[in-house]
Design a protein around this ligand. Sequence first.
Ligand code: SF4
Length: 315
Amino acid sequence: MKLSIQEIQAKSILTKSNLPVGDYSANPYTGCTHACKYCYAEFMKRFTNHTEPWGTFLDVKHWNEIKHPEKYNGKAIFIGSVTDPYNPQEETYRRTRALLEQLSGTTAKISIATKSDLVLRDLDLIKTFPDIRISWSVNTLDEDFHRDMDNAVSIARRFAAMETCHKEGIRTSCFISPIFPGITEVKEIIQRAKGCCNWIWLENLNLRGRYKKVIMDYIEEKYPDLLPLYEEIYKHRNRSYWLALDKDLRAFADRLGLEYATNDDSMERDYDAPPVIVNYFYHEQIKKSARKDAMSAADEQPTPSVAKRIGDNDA
Ligand code: SF4
């Protein structure tokens, strides 16, 4: 895959956020080389003058050092709302690490969302924050399906990273997202994750925009038996699959002795308590806020003349 990378000067790195999980959001990159087939963040292209296919470009942000980090004491900061802050290029550019270094010493409540185990590189720094959590997106245990869907590291590596962090005393979350009807093995993932995380978040697959056709074509080709179900859900907007899954998972959680909630993001639980399962099916507020949030992040983009193209790379 041809990958285009440029370093840019952003006006700032922290953006006031409408997300329920953050007072501020931070995206040290624009674009994301994990290139998930279902990525909703693709709409960022419209706000950043990118015409390349999603997943084939990355803007590496530089910003003026945060002058008064103490003003973020107690504030919730969500890192990675429209990119993966630990995409493979972070190994070279270290912009997420730079952000953490600049916030170091504060009592900011940091949430990091990733599909990578590169985050382990920064454990020393991460452990210095009194209130920090890391979530890994996992929507299958089938490595073939994962490879069809994204370029991120294997599911096994994501779980290994989750386990390491959890053992180190860092709060972790397994984000089962997006749940593909008839494909995502939700119960097996819950069983796999329950010993190494504090939360298990559930989110349904939404299809809209360009990637709706991409996913429907994929289902038709690889899972033709499921096509009628996908048409029912995504063409006829029938929600009964999700209502039934919600009911089934609630009963499953009960059997496992796990709490099942629809709105619980508390950081106050005992660290050693079993994880709480939080269902975000059709959590419209989050989606609308994420979109608004991304649009304000796009406001940080410099004009193209400021951006410095440093060359094309093959990934
Ligand atoms: S990791 Fe997240 S931001 Fe990156 S391509 Fe996948 S869904 Fe999009």
